[in-house]
Design a protein around this ligand. Sequence first.
Ligand code: F6P
Length: 357
Amino acid sequence: MKRRIGILTSGGDCPGLNAAIRGVARAAYEMFDAEIVGIRDGYRGLIHGEWQEMKRSQFSGILTLGGTILGSSRQPFRNMRVIEDDKIDKVAAMKKNYAAMKLDCLVTLGGNGTHKTANLLAEEGLNVIGLPKTIDNDLYGTDFTFGFHTAVDIATDVIDRIHTTAASHGRCMVIEIMGNKAGWLTLYSGLAGGADVVLLPEIPYDIKEVAKVVEARANSKKAFSILAVAEGAMDKKEAKMKKKEREAYRQETGFHGIANRIAKELCDMVGVEARPVLPGHIQRGGSPSAYDRVLSTQFGVHAAQLIAKEEYGVTVALVGNTITHNKLSEIAGVPKLVPTDHQMVQVARDMGISFGD
Ligand code: F6P
């Protein structure tokens, strides 16, 4: 049986992409007569016909490599069916290039947006398999996405390092953690790093409650405070606003990121020396952790097993301790946020961590 497989990586990169690509390729070469086509820069390459036949040797030595050997780009799903200034019909172009590459199937590695387009292509009759990657862990149907645990390790290391300098100087450090609209990364790293306050997008905060915690600590023997704040966190007033209204409100009030704002508010309200810390894309860089290498490899191999069975229109997932798959149509575009009654939220509360609510 011969299979020609196209692979692309789309959206924000994360550690483990290369390990997953390697997993698909190695298992495919082992299991059947495989030809692999690497598509450049995600859906952009599929639209514009930028691809190359890969050699087996190109999948060697990439297990530990961060980023993606195929390149990535953000191609918003909402514009996929929109003809823009370049006059390109993107869906027609992707179908045409899929046929031109003579693919038996397409493997797409990505997050929520990637899965929405993968589902669109499946609906258009292409054979598609998704692999769930993102440091945000916000994909429905899988307990974990690859990339997440490495980002937790990195964010935890940031918090640990900030902890020591915060303690030396008795400062209040406000660390802004990535995660888009989901608080998973902040919740895990906040707990792992022993944060005093954890602010999540899912649990709107009241700055007065945050100030109370910081003030109590400032007046105690432990004068410093560590705040792990999700980039998507918002206060109770903002949470009641529609997205556009919130954006306008933030523009009017000179918003330059949530950590900046909270640090300034705490300086003004409590009189502590509060500093924002923005680790930013460091959280997405570098080599995958051992956990993510294993998970990415398992996901990649599962994709190859699905190709062998010609089972398409699905995305690979981890449920419990089992690698499985879900129908693309059932998970595409469904975000997985932190439930406010999640066991880990309760664990954090029982540890005396404040969510500022
Ligand atoms: O989805 C991963 C992520 O790192 C989010 O946590 C973050 O909001 C976003 O991507 C940043 O995107 P970009 O790299 O395009 O600035």
